[in-house]
Design a protein around this ligand. Structure first.
Ligand SMILES: NC(=O)c1ccc[n+]([C@@H]2O[C@H](COP(=O)([O-])OP(=O)(O)OC[C@H]3O[C@@H](n4cnc5c(N)ncnc54)[C@H](OP(=O)(O)O)[C@@H]3O)[C@@H](O)[C@H]2O)c1
Length: 245
């Protein structure tokens, strides 16, 4: 039986992915901070899901817990890192910026690195991480967009190592547009996918060992537009006003 660990599975995309993998017969390990939600998913699965508390921003403890969970489920074939945080506040509180960096950068790297180490040692495995369309260019919540650029670049780095060392270790970078979860903040959202639909996209992309997946596919073109749009136009679109200079 194949084994997957999903980091950040207490809600949203991670929750939908955990439900999908459990229904597909995988042995599933899930983590998050809201233990009541972990317990709810464990009970719903009839006890086949293994759940454990993890705060990824406490990187030392998160890596230890991750290794313990790998042992508990008897090894690992696939790790999906879905944990992430973001906020909307034009006053840019430093604590929020820092929390975003600690969770999305430090926390992401701590688990991605631990997973890749295992895959490298065992000579196989699949690492997938949830970045965002926000990764393609900076935005008005600077830490969020920058943290997602880190996620995509960090994953690309592991893919390069696997290619250099001829390792059958696969790495998938997942770039959602809007998905209907607590993370989808603000007005004027469009093309919003349900977490269940997003999970199916991700599940299939991982099965096909894709390097990059846009959720849903049409966001790929939006990303291209955003990436190459002239700066003034980009600012007016993203920040809702024109640049002065
Ligand atoms: N929804 C969108 O429109 C969208 C678009 C692009 C990218 N994304 C990305 O998709 C991923 C999943 O988000 P979602 O949309 O499913 O939102 P969500 O429902 O808020 O899920 C976020 C998950 O991250 C976990 N998490 C947050 N901080 C954590 C921490 N310090 N330690 C451990 N786990 C932590 C949460 O669990 P606990 O709170 O229980 O710890 C929760 O399970 C995120 O990386 C997000 O950036 C979402």
């Amino acid at each position: 039986m194949k084994r997957v660990i999903i980091i950040g599975a207490t809600s949203g995309i991670g929750w939908a992915l955990a439900s999908l993998y459990a229904a597909d017969g995988w042995t599933v390990g899930i983590t998050g901070r809201r233990t009541e939600r972990l317990e709810e998913l464990r009970t719903k699965s009839g006890g086949i899901v293994h759940a454990t508390f993890m705060d990824v921003s406490d990187t030392g403890s998160a890596r230890k817990t991750f290794l313990e969970l790998v042992s508990e489920i008897g090894g690992i074939d696939l790790v999906i890192i879905s944990s992430g945080t973001g906020y909307l506040d034009d006053s840019l509180p430093w604590q929020k910026e820092l929390e975003t960096i600690k969770t999305n950068v430090e926390g992401f790297a701590a688990i991605a690195h631990a997973a890749f180490e295992i895959f490298r040692q065992q000579g196989c495995g699949h690492l997938a991480g949830i970045s965002s369309i926000a990764s393609v260019r900076g935005g008005p919540v600077p830490a969020y967009n920058a943290s997602k650029a880190f996620v995509s670049s960090y994953l690309q780095g592991f893919r390069s190592i696997a290619a250099r060392d001829n390792l059958p270790v696969y790495v998938t970078d997942i770039l959602p547009g809007f998905v209907d979860t607590a993370m989808a903040k603000g007005d004027g959202l469009f093309w919003v996918a349900s977490p269940e639909r997003a999970a199916i996209y991700i599940f299939r992309a991982i099965e096909k060992k894709k390097r990059r997946v846009w959720v849903t596919r049409r966001w790929r073109f939006v990303a291209l537009l955003l990436q190459f749009m002239p700066e003034k136009l980009y600012h007016s679109l993203i920040c809702g006003k024109r640049e002065n200079a």
